[in-house]
Design a protein around this ligand. Structure first.
Ligand SMILES: [Zn+2]
Ligand SMILES: [Zn+2]
Length: 203
């Protein structure tokens, strides 16, 4: 099991989902909503590897307990890390601060997680990833008019270009539509899924 980002409610989420074994944590960037729950792992019963770029790993004071329990390792753009059978490849996405998206691959199937990608054109590399992916995840804080984050309208456009890929939207902000309304609005797009707590996706 690998974990992408540690929001402040991570302890609650892992307990609810009965997840008690994690091999590695990947941190996308230094914004608090993505790392605020890291100290929960001070008391994790196994050694953890925590990966991130220099910007995120240098951003917080690592407590002694966390230092004992975790091995922190710096990620480099497009340099893959193998965790058991899973290959994780970080790739740069544009956001307010240095940020990594992640390609997670197993048995020739892949999920491309765009983290807090801003609302700008996809790079050639990102388009190549989407061509091969089964699932893509975007963080859409607003429905329209996104700046630091891509918006739902932007994801609808991309999803139509890649009909073989399923698009998951998450990180829905208070200025977006509420969940039910969003699900209804997007129901005509067969390859867009609005994420919800506890969602599982089978590749
Ligand atoms: Zn952010
Ligand atoms: Zn965020």
């Amino acid at each position: 099991m690998i974990l992408l980002d540690t929001p402040s409610s991570i302890g609650e989420i892992l307990n609810r989902e009965k997840i008690f074994h994690i091999s590695a944590i990947f941190l996308s960037h230094k914004h608090f909503d993505h790392i605020g729950g890291l100290t929960f792992f001070e008391y994790w019963p196994e050694q953890l590897r925590v990966y991130g770029n220099m910007s995120v790993l240098g951003n917080f004071e690592i407590t002694d307990r966390l230092q004992d329990n975790c091995k922190f390792q710096v990620l480099n753009d497009r340099a893959s890390i193998k965790i058991n059978k899973i290959r994780v490849t970080p790739f740069e996405v544009k956001h307010k601060v240095p940020t990594f998206g992640f390609v997670v691959q197993e048995n020739n199937k892949s999920i491309v997680h765009f983290s807090d990608k801003e609302n700008s054109e996809l790079s050639e590399y990102q388009r190549r990833l989407l061509k091969k992916a089964q699932v893509a995840v975007f963080h859409t804080v607003v429905y329209e008019g996104g700046t630091d984050h891509i918006d739902v309208v932007g994801v609808i456009g991309i999803a139509q270009e890649y009909p073989a890929c399923r698009f998951v939207i998450t990180h829905i902000g208070h200025n977006n539509y509420v969940h039910d309304v969003l699900v209804k609005k997007l129901s005509k797009y067969k390859n867009i899924i609005v994420a919800y707590d506890g969602m599982e996706i089978i590749l």
